[in-house]
Write a protein of this length. Structure first.
Ligand code: SAM
Length: 330
């Protein structure tokens, strides 16, 4: 980037995120999901200033998040499943949770200066039940979309038993269980998260093959004789000093010939790219100072130091994730 105009553009790019977050927070998509509407109609229903709402709607059209025909605004067909709160593929919960983190970025200079997070550790698991609900629903909504890229890499034979460590509300596990009635899974996550998962999946038939275990994965006892251990989207929370013991526990939980799958954002060797992974590390540090996005090389080394061998690494197309699969040494 050597053009001064590009630098100005970069400096202002947060306007785009702010516009999208405002639309989510105001409930614009919830209303437009049922059909096109004018700025006047929307302003009345949302109790907003017509002039200001129109400015926001027009900007969202420029960003191609909305479309406009005459004075009618609508959600484009390809975004409808993602922005309709009633759709099974809705990303709205993930966007809402993302909006919760927006204000943290304003405190980045302090965070960098002091090495302290902008909020207490795990703010979304604290005393605010609404925030926690947004966190768990946000994870579920995001994982639902990521599953399209991730699941084709998780192809298991009949009767596979797996442990999903830090499995959140178990979104990946449940989708995998739905593929084969002989599969069984345990999802281990912190007690408030697994408690919230029950509501999210209520009525799903595959639930009777899924055990939720509430606990801290550093201290909880893992079930033994697993064919597979999944560790998705959670490695970046852990500093190196905590990983050795965790990986050894995972190794001990696996049958000979079993597999550990670590799926997460990872960095290239010089830690500057992919830029999304580099920025994601900051996003995490704003909440948890010990967060670390690993390079593939360091992760493979950590696996080799903790009883694993045969690391196979693959970027997961269509997602920001990389997968590293490893097997316990015989
Ligand atoms: C980003 S989420 C990933 C969830 C899920 N695996 C996925 O990929 O969609 C990370 C999960 O790790 C869980 N977690 C963090 N620290 C944990 C710990 N010490 N013990 C158990 N779960 C933990 C969080 O509650 C959260 O559900």
């Amino acid at each position: 980037m050597h053009n001064p105009v590009d630098l100005v553009d970069l400096a202002s790019r947060y306007w785009q995120s702010a516009a999208l977050n405002a639309a989510v927070s105001l409930g614009i998509f919830d209303l437009l999901a049922t059909g096109a509407a004018s700025a006047e109609d929307l302003a009345e229903k949302l109790d907003c200033s017509v002039l200001h709402l129109q400015a926001l709607l027009d900007s969202l059209c420029g960003l191609e998040v909305l479309g406009k025909a005459g004075n009618q605004y609508r959600i484009p067909d390809d975004l409808q499943p993602l922005l309709d709160p009633a759709s099974p593929d809705s990303l709205l919960a993930a966007l809402k949770f993302n909006g919760d983190l927006f204000a943290l970025w304003m405190r980045l200079p302090d965070c960098v200066r002091t090495g302290k997070p902008a909020l207490p550790d795990n703010p979304h698991l604290g005393k605010d039940p609404e925030r926690m609900k947004r966190f768990v629903e946000g994870m579920h909504s995001r994982a639902g979309i990521m599953a399209r890229g991730v699941l084709p890499y998780l192809v298991f034979p009949e009767n596979t038993r797996w442990l999903d460590v830090g499995g959140g509300p178990g979104t990946f596990s449940l989708k995998l269980l739905e593929q084969d009635e002989s599969f069984r899974a345990t999802v281990l996550d912190l007690p408030p998260v697994v408690a919230a998962a029950a509501d999210i999946h209520a009525g799903k038939a595959a639930l009777d093959r899924l055990t939720f275990q509430g606990g801290d994965y550093h201290t909880a006892e893992f079930p033994s004789d697993q064919d597979v251990v999944l560790y998705c989207g959670a490695l970046h929370q852990e500093p190196e000093e905590d990983i050795h013991a965790l990986f050894r526990k995972m190794c001990a939980a696996l049958k000979p010939g079993g597999h550990l799958y670590v799926i997460d954002l990872m960095l290239d060797p010089d830690r500057t790219t992919p830029v999304y992974s580099a920025l994601f590390q900051i996003n995490m540090m704003l909440m948890r100072p010990t967060s670390r996005v690993y390079t593939v090389e360091r992760l493979e080394a950590l696996l080799n130091e903790t009883g694993f061998t045969d690391c196979y690494t693959q970027h997961i197309e269509g997602t920001p994730y990389t997968m590293v699969r490893a097997t316990p040494e015989r």
